[in-house]
Write a protein that binds this ligand. Structure first.
Ligand code: FAD
Length: 314
């Protein structure tokens, strides 16, 4: 293990819209941010998608990886230093915080911005990731528009699944909700809304056993009955997976306060966490909105909060 003598003003952990926006603002404030962007996931979740049509400023839409490359270049232009590595350990307790990279090098900073995002839960089917953006999606707000007049399946039984299903009826010809159990977990009001929508039907006691593809696009599904194991085919060219997400907070457990679902707790509307000098931004904090623009907005807020915290120290 080695340690630099330099104590930075700010370390940012994460290089999605939240991390890069925090980097841009802290760099322009001349705080020399050191950004750990991840070893394999530089640029964050949007690097796994193609067209982004709802990020303001791009009337024709923008490719997800291109948008993230632009955000990176903009932060670097003002001096943000971006390292393509994971942070493996943190000690956030003291006035000077330490973060340790995968090579064991310890980096020190007076403020840390956590923007590690969250991951959508997957079904675990072999071609699920390959079909992402090719009929399989995790976000109706992001992708619903692309599914006009299609037969769509939503998998899940909670509020998010009902919300996605109801939202998708604006575009879809039909929506089938597939749920493993015979009753939904969703709240009464969300259930009623879905039950009363004539475009929505339900496949209870069912799970998705296989995804079929034609020319690289989703062309249908096999459903398996969870009670007797029998299978049946379902023609659908869209699948929205709404079985939850997991915030990437393992690293901070025991040091920062998390809520019951594992999300980082902040003193909303600020981005202050339970530890002075540590700020949280983006999907690692956000149960509700989970969009690139909201992540970028909270990255900006975290940078401003960090800037004010550092100014008060001097
Ligand atoms: P992320 O973008 O998830 O970034 C998290 C970052 O943290 C990554 O860089 C990762 O490498 C890093 N990280 C994690 N752990 C560590 C660690 N230990 N050390 C160092 N780095 C770490 N939103 C829209 O607004 N419009 C869309 O069209 C849209 N489409 C989407 C399509 C797909 C397929 C997906 C998955 C999401 C989509 N979203 C869309 C949602 C959007 O991508 C997220 O809301 C947004 O990226 C969240 O930003 P974030 O910065 O909080 O986290």
């Amino acid at each position: 293990m080695s340690a630099g003598t330099d104590v930075r003003d700010v370390v940012v952990i994460g290089s999605g819209p939240a991390g890069y926006t925090a980097a841009l603002y802290t760099a322009r404030a001349e705080l020399r941010p050191l950004v750990f962007g991840g070893a394999v996931f530089v640029g964050g979740s949007l690097t796994t998608t193609t067209e982004v049509e709802n990020f303001p400023g791009f009337p024709e839409g923008v490719d997800g990886p291109v948008l993230m490359e632009n955000m990176r270049a903009q932060a670097e232009r003002f001096g943000a230093e971006i390292v393509e590595d994971d942070i493996a350990a943190v000690d956030l307790t003291g006035d000077v915080k330490t973060v340790t990279d995968t090579a064991g090098t310890v980096h020190r900073a007076r403020a840390v911005i956590v923007a590690t995002g969250s991951g959508y839960r997957r079904l675990g089917l072999p071609n699920e990731d390959a079909l992402s953006g090719r009929g399989v999606s995790w976000c109706a707000t992001c992708d619903g528009f692309f599914f006009r007049d299609r037969d769509i399946v939503v998998v899940g039984g909670g509020d998010t699944a009902m919300e996605e299903a109801t939202f998708l009826t604006r575009f879809a010809r039909s929506v089938t909700v597939v749920h493993r159990r015979s009753t939904l977990r969703a709240s009464q009001v969300m259930r009623n809304r879905a039950f009363s929508d004539e475009k929505i039907s339900f496949a209870f006691d069912s799970e998705i056993a296989a995804l079929h593809e034609e020319n690289g696009m989703l062309s249908g599904l096999t459903l398996r009955d969870t009670r007797d194991g029998t299978t049946r085919e379902l023609a659908a060219t869209g699948l929205f997976i709404a079985i939850g997400h997991d915030p990437r907070t393992e690293l901070f457990r025991g040091q920062l306060e998390l809520d019951s679902a594992g999300y980082l707790k902040v003193e909303s509307p600020s981005t202050r966490t339970s530890v002075p000098g540590v700020f949280g931004a983006g999907d690692v904090v956000d149960h509700t909105y989970r969009q690139a623009i909201t992540a970028a907005g909270s990255g900006c807020a975290a940078a401003l909060d960090a800037e004010r915290y550092l100014a008060a120290l001097s």
